[in-house]
Design a protein. Structure first.
Length: 264
């Protein structure tokens, strides 16, 4: 995989990060300064893999804004701007839209319903969409109407045990699915499902060249991936995990390069 033109779309943490929403976890204190250092460590890791960084304008009044994945789903040079399932997050999409339009991406808008980007898992031409707390039936239907003309098949997946589908499962570069079985509604739904020993081991980002970004809180899962021939790149995101965040939530991979607004 040639990652030379890959960039990560990110947004810096809000000073109000500690007020972020929690659904399936008990609220715990969040150290915002530590979170900022961890966020910069995350950026360092993706830049070390050769990625550029594109920052969405800061959104100080949106505690969950750092979880930029929920605001857009990318298909090559097309961006589908989402309709977040939590009313408090509706204002986060404007900055993402503006950043992508400035870069020259084609931007589509969801016609109805609600859908968070964290509920969307792309595996080749298949697009799995979690149908749960943040994504409703109308959002799933609207998303399908935009995505299937692009040549993808959209498959709805019941998601009841975690916040988002990608809180439960993600995909390895070979297309197999990794997940923590207690949090997956039906592991048999996915072909080539590989159980992971830790919840955080369910979340990987393909950095290219066999490198997989993974949370430092999943060392046993990292060992499993290493046995499969991958190179785990561990990052500490403990403060974001307190808010049901994971390594996928903090960035959106941009392929195609219609613009040049890159930092790093």
């Amino acid at each position: 995989m040639n990652e030379a033109n890959v960039r990560a779309l990110v947004r810096q943490p809000s000073p109000r990060l500690a007020e972020g929403l929690v659904t399936h976890l008990d609220r715990r204190p969040v150290d915002v300064r530590l979170a900022e250092r961890q966020w910069h460590g995350y950026l360092d890791a993706v830049q070390a893999a050769g990625w550029g960084i594109v920052e969405v304008p800061a959104a100080a009044d949106h505690p969950d804004g750092v979880f930029v994945e929920d605001t857009v789903v990318m298909f090559g040079d097309t961006a589908v701007i989402t309709r977040p399932g939590a009313d408090q997050r509706a204002g986060e999409t404007a900055g993402t839209r503006a950043a992508l339009q400035e870069l020259g991406y084609r931007v589509l808008s969801m016609p109805a319903g609600t859908l968070d980007g964290g509920d969307v898992l792309k595996v080749g031409e298949r697009v799995y969409v979690g149908r749960g707390g943040r994504t409703d039936a109308a959002g799933l239907a609207g998303f399908r109407s935009l995505v299937e003309p692009l040549g993808h098949t959209v498959i709805g997946v019941p998601t009841s045990k975690v916040l988002h589908l990608k809180s439960a499962v993600t995909a390895l570069p070979d297309g197999s699915i990794v997940g923590y079985p207690p949090l997956v509604d039906d592991p048999s739904f996915f072909p080539h499902f590989r159980p992971m020993p830790e919840e955080a081991g369910s979340h990987v980002v393909d950095l290219g060249d066999g490198q997989l970004l993974i949370a430092a809180s999943a060392p046993r899962s990292g060992a499993v991936l290493a046995e499969l021939g991958y190179r785990p790149v561990a990052v500490d995101i403990s403060e974001f995990e307190k808010l049901e965040g994971c390594v996928t939530c903090l960035s959106v991979r941009l392929r195609s390069t219609p613009g040049t607004a890159i930092r790093g």
